[in-house]
Design a protein around this ligand. Structure first.
Ligand code: C2O
Ligand code: CU
Length: 462
């Protein structure tokens, strides 16, 4: 469904001048109230009508919430939506009662209701917030925003710090959010993929940047299901953090894959010539598309800066010995082209057709709905390892609440701290973390149609 043409990489952008950037957000003036409700925004080019959305404070994305590491975030959530909702603070190692999970850490806030979220911010980095009730619909309609926690000290020196929330909308020909949120074809395949990509709610996001300036770009994949495969042109850069957590050493930037929920912090130097453009390009099936363009202006800087140092580490506990760690296994099954014949639902073995009739098309360890008992019970401070086996024909992005984990590679080496991990078809990924945060925590696929369709389980830390 070609809604409107997007700018292929290599095309020049005739319309860029028409597209106004979003106003810069104030740095630390968070409003204490976060209101979810309907709104209208110009998502598509202005030859199209405005799009009716659901947004925080009526906008897409919602307001940038910003605080310093060690401070608290206090937000009174008010629900002006026609549906019950919650706010989940994705990636924050948060008090369990503030995690925003419907039916687990709180009851959903009914229309007209309110809930006070108040929590500590132990870690610096790039986080985000979104509902955790009918998430596949509420996020597809535009409910999400960024939460940036600035380093308590030793923040990197950059000329510009930009948050880029990447989204993938399914719009109708008159630029409205397509309904069909419960479309079982989407649920059993790759999720709800869209036809219009925006950065910060803008289909042609642009910014002017001086040559040789240094930018910190905070990328967040807020899409329901699209996996972004990104590249940059006209920059030389480094990945300095993933899912909020600093890398021990900056990694030279090449290509970057972000599954839904994942973030990457980049530090990039503008090396394109003045008068040219630098780009972020999304590589899709048919072509590469420009999703963010930076028009390069003359510089008064005489030379390149020296490469950036690592960001200061966050206070995440160090893993205990892996040999004696508590273990669990999670077998992921189902979906189109899978072998699943049936799974447990409501305590009964249910055939795949009856499952699908009740909206479930995936299973974790043979269960299609949330188990009454946790996948694993850990005592506070225990090191835990979970082997996740993707026995499906689809990629997934598995997200753990309340903790960051490391992937254990086949050779036993440990990957960077993350809260969401890509799992390709057929792949087994083993993660390890210190279960230091008491409470009940979800572990689910962040492709929202997959989690709604059965890819959801939980852990208990006591
Ligand atoms: Cu970002 Cu359980 O989610
Ligand atoms: Cu999935």
């Amino acid at each position: 469904m070609p809604l409107m043409s997007r700018r292929r990489f290599g095309q020049t952008c005739a319309s860029a001048a028409l597209v106004a950037g979003l106003p810069r957000h104030a740095q630390s003036q968070n409003s204490p109230i976060l209101r979810a409700g309907p709104g209208t925004v110009q998502l598509a080019p202005d030859t199209y009508p405005k799009t009716s959305i659901w947004g925080y404070d009526g906008t897409v994305p919602g307001p940038l919430l910003r605080a310093r590491q060690g401070e608290r975030m206090t937000q009174e959530f008010r629900n002006d939506l026609p549906q019950a909702s919650t706010v989940h603070w994705h990636g924050i190692r948060i008090d369990n009662g503030m995690d925003g999970v419907t039916g687990m850490t709180q009851e959903a806030v009914e229309p007209g209701g309110a809930f006070l979220y108040d929590f500590a911010l132990p870690d610096a980095g790039t986080y985000w917030y979104h509902p955790h009730n009918r998430t596949y619909e509420q996020m597809a309609r535009g409910l999400y925003g960024a939460l940036v926690v600035d380093e308590a000290k030793d923040a990197p020196v950059v000329d510009l710090d930009e948050v880029l929330l990447l989204d993938d909308w399914r719009l109708t020909d008159d630029a409205q959010v397509a309904d069909g949120f419960g479309n079982m074809h989407d649920w059993s395949h790759g999720g709800r993929l869209g036809n219009w990509i925006t950065v910060n709610g803008d289909g042609a996001w642009t910014r002017d940047v001086p040559r040789l300036s240094r930018l910190r770009l905070r990328l967040v994949n807020t899409a329901n299901a699209r996996i972004f495969a990104l590249e940059t042109r006209g920059f030389e850069g480094w990945v300095v953090a993933l899912d909020g957590m600093p890398l021990e050493a900056p990694q030279p930037l090449a290509t970057l894959t972000l599954v839904p929920g994942q973030r990457a912090d980049l530090i990039v130097d503008v090396i394109a010539d003045a008068g040219d453009e630098a780009f972020i390009v999304s590589n899709e099936r048919d072509s590469g598309y420009v999703i963010a363009a930076f028009r390069v202006t003359p510089t008064d800087r005489a030379a390149r800066l020296t490469p950036p140092a690592a960001l200061p580490p966050n206070p995440v506990p160090v893993l205990g010995p892996l040999e004696t760690a508590a273990r669990a296994e999670l077998r992921m099954e189902g979906g189109a082209m899978g072998e699943l014949r049936g799974a447990m639902m409501n305590g009964q073995m249910t055939g795949i057709r009856d499952m699908a009739a009740q909206g479930k098309v995936w299973a974790f360890n043979g269960m299609a709905d949330m188990a009454d008992t946790p996948l694993l019970k850990a005592t506070i401070g225990e090191t835990v390892r979970i082997a996740m086996i993707n026995d499906t024909a689809w990629p997934h992005g598995m997200h753990l609440h309340g903790h960051h984990f490391r992937q254990i590679a086949a050779d036993g080496s440990l990957g960077p701290l993350r809260d969401t991990v890509l799992m390709n078809r057929g792949e087994t990924v083993e993660i390890a973390f210190v279960a230091d945060n008491p409470g009940d925590w979800l572990l689910h696929c962040h492709m929202l149609e997959h989690s709604a369709g059965g890819m959801m389980t939980w852990l208990r830390v006591i």
